[in-house]
Design a protein. Structure first.
Length: 120
């Protein structure tokens, strides 16, 4: 059975996140901001690299829906709505209840576009 939740366990608390609702992860120094579809943001004391490793170890095959783009973001492929390379803009949306616009380097967006177009 594939895991459907990401568990982030610290000494004093446990965070349980439904992976279907995770939109993106954003680096903030030694911290990672986790943004969900309901617009709640969690800040975790873990680098983005450690978060990436946690996703792979915890979610197995389900981790494939998340892709690292550039130095600052991991995004859920299911929510990619628009890639605008000239404007360095990535739009993440479910099409009706939320929209997030994040700034990403042109090179990272080109790589992401290639990943998406090769999957089809």
């Amino acid at each position: 059975m594939k895991p459907t939740h990401l568990y982030i366990n610290f000494r004093d608390y446990l965070l349980r996140l439904d992976i279907d609702h995770l939109v993106y992860f954003e680096a903030d120094g030694n911290y990672t901001n986790i943004v969900s579809a309901n617009k709640i943001k969690h800040t975790i004391g873990m680098t983005l690299l450690k978060m990436q490793e946690l996703l792979i170890v915890s979610l197995g095959e389900n981790a494939l829906r998340f892709v690292r783009i550039g130095k600052s973001h991991i995004v859920n492929l299911n929510y990619i709505n628009q890639i605008d390379i000239p404007k360095q803009l990535l739009v993440l949306s479910d099409g009706h209840s939320f929209i997030f616009k994040i700034s990403v380097s042109k090179e990272a967006l080109r790589k992401l576009k290639n990943i998406l177009t090769k999957q089809k």
